[in-house]
Design a protein around this ligand. Structure first.
Ligand code: ZN
Length: 467
């Protein structure tokens, strides 16, 4: 640890003036974000109330979004993200307003200037045939599933949310969500949170879900189609009430999926011990009838591809990974995508903790293997600021987890797990960044820990110490 010189610390700070300003409580300048064309700091959202009707025959979606928000400064217009769908009409505070769409933005003229701090409402009627949005990571967001294409999925991380509803698409603009989704009778609709009502109306059925969140738009999710669905209540032994646990799969995958997901309750219990109380009222996994590059940790409802089910728990580390994201990534979310190691390093370390928990390789053994693997790779990535095209580089995941393991070795198990639990407790339902994490970890150390963390997070060469 002493090998991490003062020079390393200063170089890290010199390269990250932005992180320092955020830590000082200043707002990140828009042009300094990784994806500045998504989201706005002009307002923040309180709630989204989405009424959706999806017709699988035509692939068309009709939507009405009722959004409650607060102006962060005086506003003469309201900016939302909406991609590849058409806004038919819009109202602000009940007044019909002019709407303009351009390059994934929906711009609404306010009927009168909205004062800084003033709450306001937006209603948008919209529709069309939703399709994935283009991104540096390929097409993401809404897509169709199954053969024939009578199902749909949402996998939005990081920029796909505007493919199905108008939103303020920032990872740190978190809100409550209600979904009322009409699909043909015989189809399911699955969304974040808990099912409040299921109502038949002729050949249609309306499914209502509510999630108090708060939740970032990219973690909102909707799945429609034909599923086998299992539901149960799970008591995690904490003071709170039991959580609703539910899984859904295409009927042909139900048996292997039940086997592959069977240890979710054990994972939720183990992680509640490591990280503190489970942060939400529900959890579930949905397996879609399509292959996915990777599972996605939608809030309370992770999604897996059919290729992640093999009946032999061959992908169980990812089952653990997505559950861990409910604490780290979803409950504590990012201020900026540059900090994504706070999601992926933590969830990857949870995979190692799960391995240790079930008596397989210890986190220490896995960390040493991963360090050796990283040592053979190019060392050209600054994991706490990798550049917007590299936020899903696998080195973010493994070096991020190695960073946590280096910290665990430096401060000892007792302080390390106390640090993990209080990181969640402190930022639960909010957003955080790397500077806040370094300061938090430093408070749990008995000796200076910042040089160690700076060398792991901001220096490109791999620090020694885990081999
Ligand atoms: Zn992840």
């Amino acid at each position: 640890m002493n090998r991490c010189s003062r020079r390393a610390l200063l170089r890290g700070v010199a390269l990250l003036p932005l992180a320092a300003t955020v830590a000082d409580g200043l707002i990140t300048p828009t042009n300094d974000r990784y994806f500045p064309s998504h989201g706005t700091y002009a307002h923040h959202t309180i709630s989204y109330d989405l009424k959706l009707a999806y017709d699988p025959d035509s692939g068309s979606l009709q939507g009405r979004a009722h959004i409650k928000a607060v102006a962060n400064r005086r506003l003469e217009s309201v900016e939302l993200d909406l991609a590849r769908l058409t806004a038919h009409s819009a109202r602000i505070d009940g007044n019909t307003v002019r709407a303009r769409q351009h390059k994934g933005k929906l711009l609404l003229e306010a009927p009168y200037p909205l004062a800084q701090g003033a709450p306001f409402t937006v209603d948008v009627s919209y529709g069309g045939r939703p399709r994935p949005v283009r991104s540096p990571f390929g097409p993401i967001g809404w897509d169709r599933t199954g053969d024939p294409h009578d199902g749909t999925l949402v996998a939005s991380q990081p920029l796909g949310a505007p493919s199905w509803f108008p939103c303020n698409d920032r990872p740190d603009d978190k809100a409550a969500f209600t979904f009322q989704v009409s699909v043909p009778h015989g189809h399911h609709a699955l969304a974040n949170g808990t099912l409040r009502e299921r109502r038949r109306n002729g050949r249609w059925e309306c499914w209502t879900y509510h999630h108090p969140g708060p939740m970032a738009p990219y973690l909102a999710a909707l799945y429609t189609g034909r599923f086998s669905h299992d539901a149960d209540n799970l008591n995690l032994g904490a003071a709170g009430s039991p959580i609703a646990l539910h899984n859904a799969y295409p009927a042909r995958l139900a048996e292997p999926a039940r086997h592959d997901l069977a240890r979710q309750p054990d994972m939720l219990r183990a992680f509640s011990n490591y990280f503190g109380d489970y942060p939400f009222e529900a959890y579930g996994a949905v397996v879609v009838d399509a292959e996915l590059a990777a599972p996605v940790e939608n809030q309370t409802l992770s999604v897996f591809g059919s290729n992640h089910i093999d009946g032999r728990r061959g992908w169980e580390t990812l089952v653990a990974h997505e559950i861990a994201h409910q604490w780290y990534g979803n409950s504590v979310s990012l201020r900026n995508w540059r900090d994504i190691w706070l999601n992926e390093g933590f969830a990857t370390y949870a995979e190692w903790l799960w391995s240790e928990h079930i008596g397989e390789d210890s986190a220490d053994q896995i960390a040493r293997q991963e360090w050796r693997s990283l040592h053979r790779r190019h060392q050209d990535l600054r994991i706490a600021d990798p550049g917007h095209r590299h936020i899903f580089d696998d080195r973010i995941y493994t070096r991020g987890a190695c960073t946590l393991h280096a910290l665990r070795r430096a401060i000892g198990d007792h302080r390390f797990f106390g640090m993990l639990r209080t990181w969640h407790q402190t930022h639960r339902g909010a957003s955080a960044d790397t500077t806040a994490f370094i300061n938090h970890a430093d408070r749990w150390a008995t000796h200076p820990i910042k040089p160690l963390l700076h060398s792991w997070l901001y220096e490109k060469p791999l620090p020694p110490g885990l081999s």
